[in-house]
Ligand binder design. Sequence first.
Ligand SMILES: *Cc1c(COP(=O)(O)O)cnc(C)c1O
Length: 381
Amino acid sequence: MKTDLRHRAWAEIDLSAFERNLGKIKAALPERVRYIAVVKADAYGHGMPQIVSRLLQCEVDCFAVANVYEAADVREIGPGAEILVLGALLPEELEHVAAYDLTVAVSNADELARLAQLGERHGRKIPIHIKVDTGMGRLGIWHEQAPALIGQALNTPQIELRGLFTHFSAAESDPDFTRLQRERFLKALETVPEERRTGLLIHADNSGGLESFSQNQPFNAVRIGLLQYGHKPGPGAFLSSIGTEPVLSFRARVGLIKELPAGTDISYGRTHTLVRDSRLAVITAGYGDGLPTSASGRGKIIVGGGARPILGRVTMDQTIVDITGMDNVKVGDAVTLIGRQDGAEITVEQFCADTECIAWEALCTITKRVKRIYRTARVTT
Ligand SMILES: *Cc1c(COP(=O)(O)O)cnc(C)c1O
C-alpha cells in the first residue's frame, strides 16, 4: 500500500466504485426518473468537490444540500446545476439564495412570503420546492395544510414552484407507514390542477424509499444519499439487488508495538486488564479522527490480516489493539478501521454495530484531520 508522510489516518475514496454505484442505481429506476444527488455534509464525508465533479461527468445536474453555505460550494463546481437547499433558512441566509441562484425547500407561508420579498427585491422569480410533512414531523407543511400553501405558491408572481416533495421517516423499517406517507403526499398533490403539474419534480424517495418505489406512481425524481456511497439503509431485497459497493475505506497505521505482562491494567480509567502476556499495537487514530469512543473495548481494527479487538478506551489520537500471537505486524503498517484489507473486511454495518452508530453518522463523522485520497480506475484505451 502506497502511503506518504502525512498519512497517519486517511480515507481512500474509490471514485470508480462511486460511478458504478450511480450507474446501477439509475439502471434500477425507470428512465424518466430524475436523480437528485444528496451531497450534504461534504458528500457524507467523501469530499463534496470530488463527488460533485464526478456526478457532473455522469450527467447528474441536480444536487441537494443542507444549507446555503454548502450550496455556495456546490455552485462553484456546477455553475449551471440545480441546487436544492433542504434545510430551513436562517433570516441572514436569505440573500444567498438570490446570489447563488438556489432552489429552496419551503415549509410554510412565512417562508414563502420572505422568499417572495426576496424575489421582489431582485426582480425575479425564486425557485422553490414545497416540502410536505407526511409524518416525519420535522420540516415541511403538514399534509392537511399543504394544498393551501401550494395554491398560495402558484399564485405568487415572485415564486416559481418547481417541485413538491416529502421525506420518509421509516422507509427501511415500516413499509405500511411508508405507504401511508405516500398516500398522504399524493392526496395533497391531487389538489394541484393538472395543467400546473407538468414540469414539477415530484419526489419522496431517499435511499430507503427505493425499496418501495413504484413505476406507477407520479413520482418523477429520487433523492439519493447513502446508497450512492455504497451502503444500504436496511436489508431490503430490492436495495440488495442493486448491488452497490462501498466507496470509502478508513485506514491508519501502526505507530508502536509493545509487550506487557498479564494482569496489567491499561488505558484511561484502567479500563482494561490484560488477561495474558500481551502484544499491543498502538494505532495512529482515535476519536479525533472519527473512531467513536463507543468502540472502546468492543470494536475491531484490521491489523496484520485479521480484525483484532480494541482494548480499553479509544483516545483522541490513539487506539490500542491486541495483536498477541501475531509476529507479522510492523511499525508503519497500514491498518483498516472500515473497509477491506488482506482478505479481511470491516463493513460500515459492522463498524456501526460495534460503535452504536448509524452508517450516515459513521461516514460523516470522519474528521478533517483524516486526509481523503481519491482513486480512479486507470483509463485504458
Ligand atoms: C439526507 C436526505 C436524503 C438522503 O437520504 P439517504 O437516506 O442518505 O438516501 C434525502 N432527503 C432528505 C430530505 C434528506 O435530508
